[in-house]
Design a protein around this ligand. Sequence first.
Ligand code: NAD
Length: 327
Amino acid sequence: MTTKILVTGGAGFIGSHYVRTLLGDEGPGDVAITVLDRLTYAGNPANLDEVRGRPGFAFVRGDICDASLAADLMAEHDQVVHFAAETHVDRSIDGGARFVRTNAVGTHTLVDAAHRARIQTFVHISTDEVYGSIDSGSWPETHPLAPNSPYSAAKAAGDLIALSYHRTHGLDVRVTRCSNNYGHHHFPEKLIPLFITNLLDGRQVPLYGDGSHVRDWLHIDDHVRGIELVRTKGRAGEVYNIGGGAELSNKELTGLLLDACGATWDSVRQVTDRKGHDRRYSVDCTKIRTALGYAPEVDFATGLAETVRWYRDNRTWWQPLRERAAR
Ligand code: NAD
């Protein structure tokens, strides 16, 4: 039987990879997908060109804060995978209102509609940033949330609202908290695609502060694998961390990107640190590994080399987006 999945934010970086993967030749074959996306500056219809016209694919341009649209769409679907969000921390520091609206209010609109329509399963894509910052060790899913940026605080609100619908109404909500994703089709305002596209254009790259901030990097293929394990085998009301097992300081990452693009440290400009910049994120992935058999498969050096190659070969995809990023 075909499972009808409503995928919010499916024109963005991770959501579109999820849709391309599920409707691709290696996909499960038993799903139909409707993408609900507002097409903000970060949403790109071209990300879905590969699956447009495939049986089972539909696209609706709309806002997750639109309760009546959400109710109509829920009535036609079995499951929801919710990616839609405002995602850029720097933009949230400039102004948080849109973040609260989409990430908190929009998530509430969706879970409420899902509950009323008796949706089978609602997978909420959260982030490791909801835990705050950790100097050593890693967070298990039970760690209290202590987000520091307007982005992560609004994501934490959405994450907790979604879980409240499980506890209060028994809605089958499953939450994933993943580390920093990387890969192709990543909007060129985020660190890895910004640095690659700048370096390919012979421009400098801006490194925040002393570059000692540490992030764990997760390839989008591994992330999609993790989400699918949660959607198909996870349990209602549970939270699952998803990591890539590739922890690097921003300075180390910059060195790798300079090498991959044939540039030197002359191309690096140190800039004033981001306000409230979290020092380190690190998720403990024991739960998803032992309960669902998840393990990251993409080696970071290989994944990064492939990503750089993709940006080298797909200038027509990212060049127009740089202008949008500046808006
Ligand atoms: P993205 O910014 O590339 O895409 C977001 C998508 O959501 C866009 O297509 C945009 O048009 C859509 N959208 C925004 N507001 C909307 C609204 N009100 N209604 C409908 N659609 C709307 O984001 P991404 O990097 O693909 O991230 C996807 C999810 O994963 C987000 O929830 C994000 O918080 C989470 N996440 C991302 C990362 C990462 O490294 N990229 C890490 C952890 C968690």
